[in-house]
Design a binder for this molecule. Structure first.
Ligand SMILES: *[C@@H]1O[C@H](CO)[C@@H](O)[C@H](O)[C@H]1NC(C)=O
Ligand SMILES: *[C@@H]1O[C@H](CO)[C@@H](O)[C@H](O)[C@H]1NC(C)=O
Length: 403
């Protein structure tokens, strides 16, 4: 269903040199080499103000619905109808040191949220936002070391997390172990549910489910998500690449474009992070093999393209904004030099438009047709943060300021 797939007809190097030239022309004057402490504090406060603008707006106009529609100023239930934005924001409140709102949020969620509802929800979104939000808030609220411990807290969010995860489990009952994309929280998988899911959908579950297993001593959660990763990896191509969409019954790839962005991205992210969090070397081994293949077949320094997973032939010479997490992942993997070059290239796209469009065509150096939007993606700034942590190069901080 992809409209007019663009192809880079000439040599990829020619296409890329056009992009590099464009970057050279875009590069502005050199920036100074540091920020003063007061400048850093001002930037920090600006970030806080932005957060509260969004969070207070949500609480005032949309809560307890999932999301705020910023133009009509109305709420809507876009996911499952379980106060998504509040649950998703709890760890940010703790990070900002806002004990009052964090405690109030945890208490409200513990008293009011229920998952025995007739709603069909995305397994992926429910995992990363709701299960992840509940578990991080639980860990923060239970631990003196966070400074956010709530004395009256009694594991309510952990109980909710267990209940929710159990309602997601029916999705994993497939021949490949790769879960359906959606599941009904009350009735299990709908009869007419699609058997096609994305690689990210099946590979972005192991952190939350693994933490839940360790907190409860119930191994089932960790087991099903590891099984899903194995199900995907067992169907990799001879080049050690994975495609974008797969049939969870037959294991056939229905979309064979290998890339690090759309539909695949966090499969790679969770492999490495699952190893870092749990010390499980199976995840490290798979990550290393998968990473080598990406750097061999997809990396056209400093960009990443999409290729056919079997032949390695270029299909999409595109930057897509979801790829922007990759330099941050490389920092975690200890591969900082290519991360710096790629981050600079991705950031040149940001500078050109004031944000990263969903798709940027590397062959023409223009926004890809139909991919002009910017749905507030955090990937580029997250990579910037990790790079700054690794290099302490303050130019990263300057890069973040939009003039
Ligand atoms: C569950 O929700 C669906 C979709 O809203 C509805 O068609 C169905 O009747 C509901 N089932 C029950 C048992 O309430
Ligand atoms: C899990 O097992 C450990 C070690 O046996 C034990 O200390 C802990 O209390 C158990 N946790 C739960 C939630 O059962």
């Amino acid at each position: 269903m992809h409209p007019m797939r663009p192809r880079c007809h000439g040599s990829p190097l020619l296409c890329l040199s056009a992009v590099l030239l464009a970057c050279a022309l875009l590069a502005g004057p050199a920036v100074a080499d540091g920020v003063t402490p007061s400048e850093a504090r001002r930037l920090r406060d600006e970030v806080k103000d932005m957060f509260y603008h969004a969070f207070d707006g949500y609480m005032q106009h949309a809560f307890p619905l999932d999301e705020l529609r910023p133009l009509s100023c109305q709420g809507e239930d876009s996911l499952g109808g379980y106060a998504l934005t509040l649950i998703d924001s709890l760890d940010t409140l703790a990070l900002l040191g806002d004990k009052e709102r964090f405690s109030a949020g945890v208490e409200w969620v513990g008293k009011n949220i229920r998952f025995d509802i007739n709603k069909t929800v995305s397994v992926f979104e429910t995992n990363i936002r709701i299960l992840g939000g509940l578990l991080s808030a639980h860990l923060i609220a239970s631990d003196y070391a966070t400074g956010m411990r709530i004395d009256s807290y009694n594991d309510q969010l952990l109980h909710l997390a267990v209940d929710l995860a159990q309602r997601l489990l029916p999705a994993f009952d497939t021949p490949t172990g790769i879960p359906f994309g959606s599941v009904n929280l009350l009735y299990g998988v709908d009869d007419d549910e699609s058997k096609i899911t994305s690689t990210a959908g099946g590979g972005t579950l192991s952190l939350e489910f693994g933490v839940l297993s360790r907190l409860t001593n119930n191994t089932v959660f960790e087991r099903v998500t590891k099984n899903s990763v194995r199900g995907i990896w067992a169907r990799r191509s001879k080049l050690n690449l994975v495609g974008a969409h797969i049939n969870v019954f037959t294991g056939e790839w229905t979309q064979k474009d290998a890339g690090i962005g759309t539909s695949i991205d966090s499969f790679y992210e969770y492999l490495l992070k699952a190893y870092l969090l749990f010390g499980d070397e199976e995840y490290l081994y798979v990550f290393q093999e998968a990473y080598k293949a990406v750097m061999h077949y997809l990396h056209h320094d400093p960009w990443y393209i999409e290729v056919n997973m079997n032949s390695g032939a270029t299909v999409w010479p595109l930057f897509n904004s979801l790829q922007a997490f990759w330099p941050g992942l490389q920092v975690l993997a200890g591969d900082v030099d290519p991360a710096i070059r790629t981050h600079a290239a991705f950031f040149s796209v940001w500078k050109k438009y004031g944000f990263t469009p969903e798709g940027f065509n590397l062959a023409t150096s223009t926004v890809q047709n139909g991919q002009r939007s910017y749905p507030l993606r955090p990937e580029l700034i997250e990579s910037t943060y990790w790079l700054f942590k690794a290099t302490r190069d303050y130019r990263c901080v300057f890069l973040c300021k939009v003039p």
